[in-house]
Design a protein around this ligand. Structure first.
Ligand code: C2E
Ligand code: MG
Ligand code: MG
Length: 774
């Protein structure tokens, strides 16, 4: 049984519950009877009030013990409150017995000690409540706030109550000490307010405890003023206030246990206290200063008790201030850590790196920056989730930190981007450091199998003692990093003038590409797809080209990566889909069963509006949806979420055909073939190219063709260039072929001339009968 279960079971026990309820009602009746008795001025009021207080205090002590059993999570709180009640009971009992022996206001040492002890246990109880500060500093701060309020009240109380009473009238010092009760009450009340804090709702026992303390503070204050004025009489109506304050504690024990505080603490930020709560302890200090000035006697002397209280107040304030200053310092350090340290890896972050870099650039020495980007890290995140990504990232960053050692400062400056600052005085060439980093990132034997090991591309920029801004240096490192990426995985490059120039032209190219769609610089070429059995050409793949005003016709490889990076791929793809549909509609005049295939970028597949684009394009061109095939690469499909699968399903329902392009080059997981509603596979041309001499390539094409048959998918052999390749794929039984052997990508007009519906004399005749466009 967990602690919670015990708590619930105990809370439910009907026996104890009934006793508790009867006790509360009984205590309430006692207080009511006493109140009535005292108000009506019935005889033996003093004794009745003593007996009332003793009964309720005694019951409160018992009820608190019972509550400590029911609520094990706040056991100490209730036990300390029980002790407080028991001490009050003992003090009150002693008081009563002394009074009965003839003493009118028996402020004796034992009684004083008992009440003082009850103050201590009561304060300690407050610190054991659920919302109390947990740190030692927090507790000290709260306690000091209480003490400040208490001490500040002495001069104020003095001014208001004792101003006209000479010390000689208060015969013994112990009696004077008894007059400090209101001060302690308010001190406890301040602590209670601080301990409850700004969290809402307030745990109800704390609210009742606050009410109890308030009632007691009123009672003590009235009592002290009456004693000072010499008019206090035991057995008057104010006496009912003490049992009433105990009764409120009995009521508190009946409240449900606190909610699980740990849970809320973890999930949410604790709310900040309102401003008035923060300044509350200091308001009485102002009052104390004014009171001290007003309390000076004719000779300008400050009464001794006030002087002592003010000294103590000053000392406490100084202590509190010291504590606050210390806290502030700690917070500043913590904030600085938050601002400059990457939370995941513990490495310096971008801000810290740039500060260090700027500092280094102000010096007169050489400065090098290595910019490292993890290749393929995004895929890890997409495939295995962010938790795996985070674990991997912190593991890799540890390795890199070790690899860099004392030779530079490594920082994490972006999601999967790291930077190393190498300043002068280190004989190590940045290239050697780059090699060391790449070596450190290589998977160890076991890790290769997991398949989640990204490689890295590193760009190096180095400057001698000359004026350069940190942004320029980082831009150069970035350029070099992109060059390293282009060079393949696990590579590093140093930024050169040549690289810088080509990077500038890259930027220009992006700007030109933005205009290309609007200014109609794009056009399509179509490559025939041939029925291998009959030689009929009923289909073609649309391939985009860019006629650049200065650079001439650019192939997709030149500009599609830029388009993908900048998001321009979306308008380009949309334009291609529309154009291809319009073209196919014209072919159908000649060959009614003609179809067209278009390539769709992965990022486009992730967009819900793909369906609208496709339906608009087919409807606009008057093309039946089944005459359109969307070609998607394996990796685009693998990356796809459930939403992507849904979208593909919807496309299929519309009649659109779906081809898996470059099949065999992506992740070779066959399980996705079951899930993706594809209609055909396009075997990548790398297999077809090796077919005649490489038996394994032959076997692969054969296997994929059979696989396609089993899944009821069409199959297209891509990149058929030679006669031997053609014969091989035809012998294997591929239904369709595409490649230079049958026709290069060509203009719309040329394509129209090769579209053949009926069977030509023979497949090999395709080439002979002039249908190829080579
Ligand atoms: P892909 O979809 O695999 O297209 C086939 C590519 O192979 C075309 O290159 C084509 O010209 C080339 N090819 C065809 N037959 C042969 C052959 O016998 N030998 C050789 N060596 N190559 C052959 P291209 O036009 O340069 O297109 C390259 C890639 O760019 C395409 O690969 C496709 O993934 C992408 N792409 C082309 N047009 C578009 C488009 O409009 N939108 C999108 N998103 N991607 C496109
Ligand atoms: Mg394609
Ligand atoms: Mg392909």
């Amino acid at each position: 049984m967990s602690r919670k279960d015990v708590e619930r079971a105990a809370a439910r026990s009907p026996g104890t519950d009934r006793v508790g309820r009867v006790g509360l009602v009984g205590a309430g009746v006692v207080v009511a009877v006493e109140a009535l008795w005292l108000i009506l001025g019935l005889p033996a009021g003093a004794l009745v009030s003593d007996l009332g207080a003793l009964t309720v205090a005694g019951w409160a002590a018992i009820a608190c013990v019972a509550a400590s059993r029911r609520h094990p999570t706040v056991r100490r709180f209730w036990l300390l409150l029980s002790a407080t009640m028991a001490l009050s009971l003992a003090g009150r009992a002693l008081w009563t017995s002394q009074r009965l022996l003839g003493e009118s206001l028996p402020h004796t040492l034992p009684i004083g000690l008992l009440f003082a002890a009850s103050l201590l246990t009561g304060t300690a109880a407050l610190f054991c409540s659920v919302t109390a500060p947990r740190t030692r500093v927090g507790r000290a701060r709260t306690l000091l706030d209480g003490v400040i309020v208490g001490l500040a009240l002495i001069p104020i109380g003095w001014l208001l109550i004792f101003r006209n009473v000479s010390l000689a009238d208060l015969d013994e010092p112990l009696r004077t000490a008894g007059l400090l009760y209101p001060m302690f009450d308010l001190m406890q009340l301040t602590i209670l307010v601080a301990v409850v804090g700004p969290s809402r709702p307030v745990w109800r026992p704390m609210a009742l405890l606050g009410a109890s303390l308030t009632v007691r503070a009123v009672a003590d204050t009235v009592y002290v003023s009456l004693v000072a004025a010499g008019t206090y009489q035991a057995g008057t109506p104010i006496d009912v206030l003490w049992p009433l304050s105990y009764l409120l504690i009995v009521a508190a024990t009946r409240m449900p246990p606190p909610r699980d505080h740990g849970a809320t603490e973890e999930t949410g930020e604790a709310p900040l206290p309102p401003w008035w709560r923060v300044v509350l302890p200091y308001l009485p200090v102002g009052g104390a200063i004014v009171a001290t000035m007003l309390a000076r006697d004719a000779g300008g002397h400050t009464p001794m008790p006030i002087f002592l209280a003010m000294m103590a107040l000053l000392a406490t304030l100084a202590l509190r201030q010291g504590l606050a200053a210390n806290e502030n310092l700690r917070l500043v350090l913590q904030l600085r850590k938050l601002a400059y340290v990457d939370q995941l890896t513990g490495l310096p972050n971008r801000l810290a790196f740039i500060r260090r870099l700027r500092g280094a650039l102000r010096g007169t020495n050489r400065v090098a920056v290595l910019l490292l980007d993890l290749d393929g890290f995004k895929q890890v995140n997409d495939r295995f989730g962010h938790t795996t990504g985070d674990t991997l990232l912190s593991g890799l960053s540890r390795r890199m930190r070790r690899a860099v050692g004392d030779d530079g400062l490594i920082a994490r400056i972006g999601g999967d981007e790291f930077a190393v600052l190498v300043t002068d005085g280190r004989p190590l060439a940045p290239e050697r450091l780059a090699e060391r980093l790449l070596r450190a990132l290589q998977p160890s034997p076991g890790e290769e199998l997991v398949g989640v090991h990204p490689s890295a591309s590193i760009g190096i920029a180095e400057y001698g003692p000359q004026h350069i801004s940190h942004t320029d240096l980082l831009r150069d490192a970035d350029i070099a990093m992109y060059a390293a990426k282009a060079a393949g995985k696990s590579a590093y490059r140093r930024c050169t003038q040549g690289l810088r120039e080509s990077a500038v032209s890259r930027a220009e190219l992006i700007a030109d590409l933005r205009r290309a769609v609007d200014e109609e610089q794009l056009h399509l070429e179509f490559q025939p797809i041939v029925d291998l059995a009959t030689g009929a050409v009923r289909s073609a793949e649309a391939l985009v080209r860019w006629r650049h005003p200065r650079l001439g016709v650019l192939s997709p490889a030149r500009f599609l990566p830029l388009a993908e990076e900048t998001g321009l791929i979306l308008p380009i793809d949309r334009w291609v889909i529309h154009e291809a549909c319009r073209a196919a509609a014209t072919w159908q005049e000649r060959v009614p069963s003609a179809t067209v295939a278009v390539n769709i970028a992965a990022s486009h597949l992730r967009r819900p509006d793909l369906i609208a684009t496709v339906t608009e394009a087919t409807a606009g061109a008057g093309l039946a949806p089944r005459a359109l095939t969307l070609e998607l690469t394996e990796s685009a499909l693998i990356e796809g979420s459930d939403a992507v699968l849904d979208r593909l399903g919807q496309l299929r329902e519309l009649g659109i055909r779906i081809a898996i392009d470059d099949f065999g080059t992506g992740y070779s997981s066959l399980s996705y073939l079951h899930r993706i509603p594809a209609t055909e596979l396009k075997i990548d041309r790398s297999f077809v190219a090796r077919i005649p001499e490489d038996t394994r390539a032959y076997a692969t094409v054969e296997m994929v063709t059979r696989l396609a048959g089993a899944f009821d998918l069409g199959v297209v052999a891509e990149g058929v260039e030679t006669e031997r390749q053609h014969e091989a794929v035809a012998a294997i039984g591929c239904a369709q072929g595409q490649g230079y052997r049958y026709g290069r990508p060509a203009s719309l007009a040329e394509l129209r001339t090769v579209l053949v519906d009926c069977d030509p004399p023979g497949v090999s005749g395709v080439a002979e009968s002039g249908l190829t466009l080579t």
